[in-house]
Design a protein. Sequence first.
Length: 430
Amino acid sequence: MKITVIGGGSTYTPELVNGFLARVESLPLEELWLMDIDKERLEIVGGFAKRMVKVKGEPFKVILSTDQREAIAGASYVTTQLRVGMMPARRGDEYLGLRHGLIGQETTGVGGMAKALRTIPVILGIANDIREVAPGALLANFTNPAGLVTEALNRHAPDIPAVGVCNVGITTKMEIIESLEKFTGEKIDDDRAALNTLGLNHLTWHRGFTIDGEEMWSQIFPAYVAEMKKEEEPEWDIRTLESLGMIPNYYLQYFYYTDKKLAEQKQWPPSRAEEVMEIEKDLLRDYADLNLTEPPADLMKRGGAYYSTLATQLINSHYNDMGQIHVVNVRNDGSVKEWPPDWVLELPAKVDRKGIHPLHTDPLPAACFGLISQIKMYELLTVEAAVHGGRNAAYQALLTHPLGPKADKVEAVLEDMLETNKRWLPQFFK
């Protein structure tokens, strides 16, 4: 088995390597290819990955490459964790928002749109390589904005088996398990638990949780609200929680409490990108230490908890036909029969050798669907703009987004976005 990681120079990669090392008995991995366009960074991260594998008896080979097509050729699985423009582009997305009095964030609002415009053509290029040199390989996309990128794959590379993956679902699941374990004193294997969540990537509402098929939400949700009431500055307005009866994905704070988030932005620098740049500088220095064979503790500062767990669990469940339930981004296909079948949604799905199968589930209430439908229209317009370099589609995407500029400011924001990212957006400057 050959598994390819596009964006192998990421500081996340050592955690992913650990995930594969933990599953060598069930996953017959022979070659792990790490591909990146940044040769210097790839050599640092890849060299560390090789030492990690060597100290464990070298159960598989780690191969480094700057050639995307060569790295993909013959792969059974391809994972994407790339960042077009790297961290400086993320910082640009954040300050684009700040300049115009809008949310500046890597997946939400104008920053998320800029990232999508840069990323979608690159991911579709990877899909094309899979089609030509690794037919049948499963593409697991971790690159943000994960749901929007998966929507582009669904519409422009429907023949490529693809799934969008985000760690919010598994992080929420593990946090709930941890709370239950403290309350009951019983150890709960995560295979026994399933989170019921629905929406779009970074726009979901958690509304159920089962252990061995038994629904626990009537105990979990009131306990969550009770804990929130004890907080001096609660994360959520209690009335909102009680009205919905659900726990919102924390990214919904950008929509529910926009003014608060804008006030936080005014305290920059440092923005989150600038914080991460400092964290990565330290991590890369650690990775370059020839005596280091285990990921350093500082890796947790980077974010992305349970990323490797989710990635390797999903591949393991697919390869070994395990039928595990994972929260992923995948085409609706009637799983929520009241919603359009061609929309990519984030929801629980069964993962087995035949593919990724979304589970049938009830729709969300109108209070949630109104926002979902508006963001989905923004996503579809952004995909059209990214693929065709359509300025009018990009204009309408900004006009549609609830966190976008007012109509008379759309043109100024769009021009700033395109000029700021000109080197990565050739489709708009033909």
